[in-house]
Write a protein that binds this ligand. Sequence first.
Ligand SMILES: *[C@@H]1O[C@H](CO)[C@@H](O)[C@H](O)[C@H]1NC(C)=O
Ligand SMILES: *[C@@H]1O[C@H](CO)[C@@H](O)[C@H](O)[C@H]1NC(C)=O
Ligand SMILES: *[C@@H]1O[C@H](CO)[C@@H](O)[C@H](O)[C@H]1NC(C)=O
Ligand SMILES: *[C@@H]1O[C@H](CO)[C@@H](O)[C@H](O)[C@H]1NC(C)=O
Ligand SMILES: *[C@@H]1O[C@H](CO)[C@@H](O)[C@H](O)[C@H]1NC(C)=O
Ligand SMILES: *[C@@H]1O[C@H](CO)[C@@H](O)[C@H](O)[C@H]1NC(C)=O
Ligand SMILES: *[C@@H]1O[C@H](CO)[C@@H](O)[C@H](O)[C@H]1NC(C)=O
Ligand SMILES: *[C@@H]1O[C@H](CO)[C@@H](O)[C@H](O)[C@H]1NC(C)=O
Ligand SMILES: *[C@@H]1O[C@H](CO)[C@@H](O)[C@H](O)[C@H]1NC(C)=O
Ligand SMILES: *[C@@H]1O[C@H](CO)[C@@H](O)[C@H](O)[C@H]1NC(C)=O
Ligand SMILES: *[C@@H]1O[C@H](CO)[C@@H](O)[C@H](O)[C@H]1NC(C)=O
Ligand SMILES: *[C@@H]1O[C@H](CO)[C@@H](O)[C@H](O)[C@H]1NC(C)=O
Length: 389
Amino acid sequence: MELPLLLLSFLCLCITMLNAADILRNLDFETPPANTTANNTSRFLPLTNSNTIPGWSFNGTVWYVSSGPNISLPGNGHAVQLGENGKINQTFGATDDYLQYILTFTLTGRREDCFNNSTAVNISVPQRSRVFSLQGHFGRNLWETYAFYLGSWGSKVDSINLEITSVTTNAATNITCWPIVDTFLVTRNVMPRWYDGNVLANGGFEDGPAFLKNSSEGILLNEEPERFNSPLQEWSIIGTIKYIDSNHYKVPEGRAAIELVSGAPSGIQIDLILTVGSPYTLEFTMGDANDSCMGDFIVYAQIGTTIQNFTMQSNGTGSAQKHSMMFKAEFTKLTPISITSFNETRTRDHVLCGPVIDNVVLRATASYAVKTKLYIGVFSLPLTLLILL
Ligand SMILES: *[C@@H]1O[C@H](CO)[C@@H](O)[C@H](O)[C@H]1NC(C)=O
Ligand SMILES: *[C@@H]1O[C@H](CO)[C@@H](O)[C@H](O)[C@H]1NC(C)=O
Ligand SMILES: *[C@@H]1O[C@H](CO)[C@@H](O)[C@H](O)[C@H]1NC(C)=O
Ligand SMILES: *[C@@H]1O[C@H](CO)[C@@H](O)[C@H](O)[C@H]1NC(C)=O
Ligand SMILES: *[C@@H]1O[C@H](CO)[C@@H](O)[C@H](O)[C@H]1NC(C)=O
Ligand SMILES: *[C@@H]1O[C@H](CO)[C@@H](O)[C@H](O)[C@H]1NC(C)=O
Ligand SMILES: *[C@@H]1O[C@H](CO)[C@@H](O)[C@H](O)[C@H]1NC(C)=O
Ligand SMILES: *[C@@H]1O[C@H](CO)[C@@H](O)[C@H](O)[C@H]1NC(C)=O
Ligand SMILES: *[C@@H]1O[C@H](CO)[C@@H](O)[C@H](O)[C@H]1NC(C)=O
Ligand SMILES: *[C@@H]1O[C@H](CO)[C@@H](O)[C@H](O)[C@H]1NC(C)=O
Ligand SMILES: *[C@@H]1O[C@H](CO)[C@@H](O)[C@H](O)[C@H]1NC(C)=O
Ligand SMILES: *[C@@H]1O[C@H](CO)[C@@H](O)[C@H](O)[C@H]1NC(C)=O
């Protein structure tokens, strides 16, 4: 046990070191564009050929935005609005092996009625792209923070071009609805790690997108059927969930958890190969985020064809309870394991909310004795990092 612990602390040190430096330059646009008229008090400055945004390239209609009474941004400050054919891009080095790159960013509009997919951006890196649109209802602010799994390239590439373009929609003919974007935080996560007899990796949801320093709103994670392209390491996402941090929400354990917010439905899933006929136990913690989310929570845990419901009466003050269910693996191929909420609940200030899930543990009940076993992945990773350093 001594050696893995040593390796683990070394690993943690490495992770801290890895995330110490920002990967993108001027990620929050606080360094203003060159050549703008310094005395101009307009909150929307159109940029021209004679302007440059430090760290970024741009093309098409782009405004430099200053926050103010009607324009709220995380931490206030500045952002850019992408108008017709508006596009910004920045390249970054991504040559580290065994690391996953994940983007956290903020999207907003000039007005509250810019929802219904009319305020949207396309985020792309080579081989991957996704459209994000302002949804509303998930926070107390007009702006929303999203995350996107960028990829894991290893030494196959030198640099990655991250490109953000405005998406044309009917409603966007009204310029006030063109998307405003801010804080492009790219971070690196190590590959999945397995601990303590848990067949699942990242059951505590500690490996996900990085939280923004200036935000207390959590991060919205959109539907993602492909678990290996998920910003929440190892987990497919059903509907919309909110990734919440312990600095601003009640999180049962560690630094992060998930809140099943949309109820339409909202959940997570992982498909695993289990030993047919063997007994397993699924454990998880269910609670509320201490966000004044009141109501009856119902969560359905499904494993293969076994479904069980778990209920909780939430008064929104941060209570949590452990649950478990036993089952026998029945599929020779992949067994889907999901935790889902179908009901809609709102906080006192009418923000969509729901049950918090954390600490998902899947154990082969018979082999409970191998409790302290750390899997091979944990060993190989620090060694790789050692070599890299
Ligand atoms: C702003 O600065 C420009 C040139 O620097 C000057 O021509 C203009 O009069 C100034 N405008 C105001 C409102 O001070
Ligand atoms: C500031 O810039 C905006 C947009 O270019 C322009 O409409 C406005 O006249 C400018 N105001 C001043 C005081 O220069
Ligand atoms: C500022 O504008 C002038 C004139 O358009 C141009 O020559 C110069 O390169 C610009 N400077 C920067 C930093 O973009
Ligand atoms: C901007 O986009 C247009 C049209 O796509 C293209 O022709 C032009 O070369 C681009 N300019 C820059 C500076 O990338
Ligand atoms: C801010 O919004 C209010 C109404 O929401 C509007 O009356 C006012 O004109 C807006 N101010 C600016 C500077 O856009
Ligand atoms: C933006 O992309 C172009 C290629 O499309 C590239 O030449 C340029 O260096 C990129 N800009 C930045 C700031 O990385
Ligand atoms: C958004 O869509 C809903 C239903 O589709 C509609 O009731 C609502 O009025 C729309 N809002 C706007 C701002 O278009
Ligand atoms: C927004 O887009 C999503 C996905 O494309 C779609 O399912 C949804 O119905 C759209 N919402 C509205 C109000 O148009
Ligand atoms: C854009 O929306 C604003 C606010 O709702 C409205 O005042 C303005 O007339 C709209 N402009 C157009 C061209 O529809
Ligand atoms: C929960 O499960 C019990 C049986 O275990 C069932 O009677 C009940 O209807 C279920 N409730 C919901 C809301 O599905
Ligand atoms: C909320 O629920 C928890 C646990 O069920 C309980 O301990 C607490 O007293 C309740 N608080 C209020 C204000 O009802
Ligand atoms: C939860 O959702 C189910 C199915 O949509 C519905 O039958 C039930 O009434 C809802 N329960 C609550 C408490 O809202």
